[in-house]
Design a protein around this ligand. Sequence first.
Ligand SMILES: Cc1ncc(COP(=O)(O)O)c(C=O)c1O
Length: 410
Amino acid sequence: MSEIPESKIQSVRNDFPILSRTIYGKPLVYFDNAATTQKPRAVIDAISNYYLNDNANVHRGVHYLSQQATGAFEDVRKKVAAFINAGSPSEIVFTRGATEAINLVAWSYCESFLNVGDEIIISVLEHHSNIVPWQVACERKGAHLKVIPVTLDGELDMEVFGQLLNDRTKMVAVSHISNTLGTINPIAGIVAMAHSKNVPVFVDGAQGLSHGPVDVQELDCDFYAFSAHKMYGPMGIGGLYGKASWLELMQPYQLGGEMIEKVTFANTSYNEIPYKFEAGTPNVADVMGLGAAIDYLQGLGWNFITSRENDLLKYATTRLLEVEGITIIGTASKKAAIISFLIDGIHFFDAGTIIDHLGIAVRTGSHCTQPLMDILGINGTLRASMAFYNTRQEVDKLIDAIHRVKTLFA
Ligand SMILES: Cc1ncc(COP(=O)(O)O)c(C=O)c1O
C-alpha cells in the first residue's frame, strides 16, 4: 500500500477544482494526464490575477505596470532555470510549448550546422513533434534521418544507437519519456555516447518534467524542450533550455519585436540570448501560470509525486494483468505511470467509448506515434496515464469498466 495518508491525497485532489466534476453523472476519473494534466487552483488564480491586476506588455515600458509585469515575467524565467538547474536564466527561451521548441532548434540549429550528406538520429519512440521537424530539416538540407530501434520491451536499442553514431551525425534528438509506452530513456548515457563523438543532444522533455526532477547540467544535454500544460501549468506556454554556447551560434527562428537590437532599412542586429529567440509579444499571463505550477510542484515535493506515481503504476499494472485478454504494450524496466494496453478482440475505440461513458477518461489511438505503431504492427492502443492525484480506487474503477466492456462484447 502507498504510505501516504488518504487525507493528504484528498487535500491534494481538492487543489484541482475539475476533479470534483461529474461526467455522464459519474465522478470524473481522469487518466489522460500524458495528453494534458489538470490545473490546480493556484495556476488558474495566477492567470486571472495577472489579467485582473497586472496586465501590461513587457520589456517596452517605463510605466509602473509594464515594469512590474517585466519583473514578474523575468522572475519566472529564473524560476524555470532553477527548477531544471540551467546554468543561467539566459539559457531559457519561452515558447508556445515543446513542439515550438523542437521546431525552433530543428530550424535554427540545422540552418547553421546541417549540410548535404549529414545525419540526424532520432528514435522509433518519438512523438510526431520530435520526428517531422527533423525530417523536414533533413529534406531541406539534403541530410538523412536515422532511427534508433526499440527492443521488445520498448527500450531503446543502445547497441544499434552506438553503431548509428558516426562522423556525419550532427544531432541526436530523443524523448526523455515515451508518451506511448512510458519508457524512461537513459538520457545521461545517450549524451555521454553522443558527446564522445562531439554530437549535441536534443531532449524532448514534454513528458519528462512532470514525472520527476530534471537537472539539465547533470544530464549534460544540449537542449531540453517542455510544455507547461503537461506539468500542471497552462496551455500555450512552454520552453526551451539550450546551452548558451549553442544558442549564441544559432540563427533566430522568428523575426520582429523583442528579438531586435537595432533596425535600419539597410540591416538589423539581434538582441542577446534568450531574447533573440522570443519574437513578438510573449504569452505573459501563461508564464505567470507556469511559475505558479512550478511553485505548486515544489510545494508537493518530488518524493510525494514519484512515490504516488510509482505506486499507481505498480498497482495498475498488476490489476490490468489479472484481467484475461489484456496485453500491456511497453514493459521497459524504467517506466513512468503511463500504460498502453489492448483488450483481446475489442477495438480500442469501442472500448474507449464505453469506458468514457462510465466517467473514465483514457486516450485511444496512435498517441501521435504512428511510426511506432507501424513497427509494433498495431493501429493504436488504449492508454491510461496517471498523475499523483489519481487513486487506487480510480484504478479499480478502470478495471471494473474493462470487465464491463468485455461483457458487452462477449
Ligand atoms: C513526448 C512528446 N513530445 C512532444 C509533444 C508535443 O507537446 P505539445 O503539444 O505540448 O507541444 C507531446 C505531446 O503529447 C509528447 O508527449
